[in-house]
Write a protein that binds this ligand. Structure first.
Ligand code: C2E
Ligand code: MG
Ligand code: MG
Ligand code: MG
Length: 289
């Protein structure tokens, strides 16, 4: 009977896989047409200087407005785009879109764009970035590329040459989601990052009694500072979290405490009001202890 139950479970499992594969194929089809129809957008989440609470810039985050299902998260469609070979097209579009918007924003404002490891493995990446910067007349140091540690795991190679070419262009490089992957210190020693983004997993729960997250945030910040790098604390939602990451020396703050990702029109309105930022998120009021 145990064997039968085992077999039953296997059949169920393979049916699930089949459904998942069909859903994925459909998503892939729809994503292809979304690119053609212009249903992808970049939204911009403010990144704030911890020292004086002014706007440092934005992180560009992909949004897909699906005709039937509404907004679809990049957590869901970026992996599909990577598998389907659509990332070069989407990634190139995102870089150009961000450069076009940067050109309209004040000089002091930067923009970070997420770059997939698959884009990073393409030797043509530096050339297309420098073409986009030139086309829109954007100072290279205003563009920051966010890369996760997984670029170091790919067998495609070309990483070192790509880093060198990007540094030569003068764009900034940020190591995204630090602490969630292998977090080898060798990456920090050998790759020319300008910033470490501390994953929101460390911020979440850091204010709980007995949490070790604060010590980790402090250690990453001081290591970064010693190496001449900035740090952004990601996913800061509450006043207590904000206070904690400032106390532990993070140079930049990103999270709902200041703002959710904004549509391009909302980002323009924010800029028209000046660069001063205030904690006004849904949880900005201090929580009872
Ligand atoms: P990420 O680069 O680590 O981006 C940060 C994510 O945290 C964003 O999710 C953002 O909306 C969310 N976030 C920011 N502040 C808070 C907060 O206070 N609380 C909480 N709970 N979440 C917060 P989003 O926009 O869903 O993007 C998810 C991931 O999708 C990104 O993670 C990035 O890895 C990927 N992605 C987004 N846009 C692109 C893109 O243009 N290209 C590539 N290759 N990947 C992208
Ligand atoms: Mg990012
Ligand atoms: Mg991140
Ligand atoms: Mg992430």
């Amino acid at each position: 009977a145990a064997k039968d139950a085992g077999r039953g479970r296997f059949r169920l499992f393979s049916e699930d896989l089949h459904v998942a594969a069909r859903e994925r194929n459909q998503l892939e089809e729809e994503l292809r047409s979304a690119i053609d129809k212009g249903d992808l957008e970049l939204h911009y989440q403010p990144v704030v200087h911890a020292g004086n609470e002014t706007l440092a810039g934005f992180e560009a985050l992909l949004r897909w407005k699906h005709p039937k299902h509404g907004w679809i998260s990049p957590e869901k469609f970026v992996p599909v785009a990577e598998d389907a070979g659509l990332i070069p097209v989407i990634g190139e579009w995102a870089l150009k879109r961000a450069c076009a918007d940067l050109a309209r924003w004040p000089e002091a404002v930067r923009c970070a764009v997420n770059v997939s490891p698959l884009q990073f493995a393409d030797p043509g990446l530096p050339g297309s970035i420098s073409a986009a910067l030139t086309k829109y007349g954007v100072e290279p140091s205003r563009l920051e590329l966010e890369i996760t540690e997984s670029v170091f795991l790919s067998e495609e190679g070309g990483t070192e040459a790509t880093f060198a070419a990007l540094k030569k262009i003068g764009v900034r490089l940020a190591l995204d989601d630090f602490g969630t992957g292998y977090s080898s210190l060798g990456y920090l020693k050998n790759a020319p990052f300008d910033k470490i983004k501390i994953d929101q997993g460390f911020v979440r729960g850091a204010t709980m009694p007995g949490s070790r997250n604060g010590a980790i945030i402090a250690a990453i910040s001081s290591l970064a500072e010693a190496l001449g790098m900035d740090t952004t604390a990601e996913g800061v939602e509450t006043m207590d979290e904000l206070e904690l990451v400032r106390m532990h020396g993070c140079s930049h703050i990103q999270g709902y405490i200041y703002s959710k990702p904004l549509s391009p029109a909302e980002a323009n309105r924010l800029l028209e009001a000046g660069l001063a930022m205030q904690p006004t998120g849904p949880r900005a009021a201090r929580e009872p202890r």
